[in-house]
Design a protein around this ligand. Structure first.
Ligand code: GDP
Length: 296
């Protein structure tokens, strides 16, 4: 299992005891363990390949020779590279524009877009003291609009009501205009999610992105999706200039592999983690904490 990579490695690393330095041949077995653990954790193969190569490059060299035990050094390198592949530092939400700053939420149905929109509104109000407007462009599912309206009520964020018959583009632009006139700092735009990727959905969200010029276009993805997250991430990343990712349902038994793959595919930082169903269950994403969770 992914969670005890340290355990897995320590067995192999015992064989490294007494080695004066790490070499390509003596770390091979340990790297095989790392690779296996990542495969089991549903990390996409291209991401694993890059990761293993980086660990290898770092391991073979003086950095390791300087350290006290080669085994500990190797675990340290794996840990550091896990942090690096997930973006290194915690990535901030960028709101550095003349208000209202638009945040566009993208992702498949069920990923947690609507819930995350509500959570993000709460976070922005509480942590950043922002005045937030919540807008739903999901005209295909009245229940999704009602869900967002309810979340708005629970957080105290304002909800922008949708008129029957309005198209997403029209909803988005009227909401933005409303936010300008009512001095909202942030407008969070929830979009329609389909069960799979389809052309019409992509065109609709691309049009919204072009019209609303969001400062953040966040791809919301369910950590439990594992390998499937890669294909979804690729489709959204190709269609939209994503600025970041919200990885949801990390409170489940997701093995965390999606964090590595999604970062690898989109090249964009994971900015938030969904850690509970409730409205307070959203946290900034810390690559170092995730690396520790992965290592166990
Ligand atoms: P959407 O279709 O993308 O808007 O997805 P929803 O926001 O409706 O979320 C789908 C389901 O996932 C709902 O039952 C949410 O309560 C649940 N959910 C969303 N985020 C999280 C999370 O971080 N943790 C848990 N446990 N459940 C979540």
């Amino acid at each position: 299992m992914f969670d005890n990579l340290t355990e897995r490695l320590s067995g192999v690393i015992k064989t490294l005891r007494g080695e004066a330095r790490l070499t390509e041949s003596n770390i091979q077995e340990a790297l095989r363990e790392v690779r296996m653990a990542l495969i089991e954790a549903d990390v996409a193969l291209p991401a694993i390949k890059v990761f293993i190569e980086q660990v290898k490059q770092r391991a073979i060299g003086h950095e390791v020779m300087d350290s006290l035990t080669p085994g500990q050094a190797l675990i340290g390198i794996v840990h550091q590279e896990l942090i690096a592949i997930m973006g290194g530092e915690k990535a901030e939400l960028s709101l550095n524009v003349a208000p209202p700053a638009v945040i566009l939420m993208a992702g498949l149905q069920g990923a947690g877009k609507t819930t995350s929109s509500g959570k993000l509104a709460k976070w922005l109000m509480e942590e950043k003291k922002k005045k937030v407007l919540l807008v739903s462009c999901d005209i295909y599912r009245p229940a999704a609009i009602d869900q967002l309206a309810l979340l708005a009520e629970q957080t105290g964020a304002e909800f922008f009501p949708v008129q029957t018959g309005q198209q997403p583009a029209q909803i988005g632009t009227t909401a933005l205009d409303y936010a300008r006139r009512h001095h909202h700092d942030v407008v969070i735009v929830d979009t329609a999610g389909r069960l799979g990727i389809d052309e019409a959905m992509m065109q609709e969200i691309t049009q919204l992105e072009q019209l609303l010029k969001p400062v953040e276009t966040l791809f919301v993805v369910d950590a439990m999706q594992g390998q499937d997250a890669v294909n979804t991430a690729k489709a959204f990343s190709d269609a939209l200039p994503l600025t970041g990712v919200i990885l949801t349902k990390l409170d489940g038994d997701a093995r965390g592999g999606a964090a590595l793959s999604v970062r690898h595919v989109t090249g964009k930082p994971i900015k938030f983690a969904g850690v509970a169903e409730k409205l307070s269950g959203l946290e900034p994403f810390y690559p170092d904490r995730m690396a520790s969770r992965i290592l166990g």
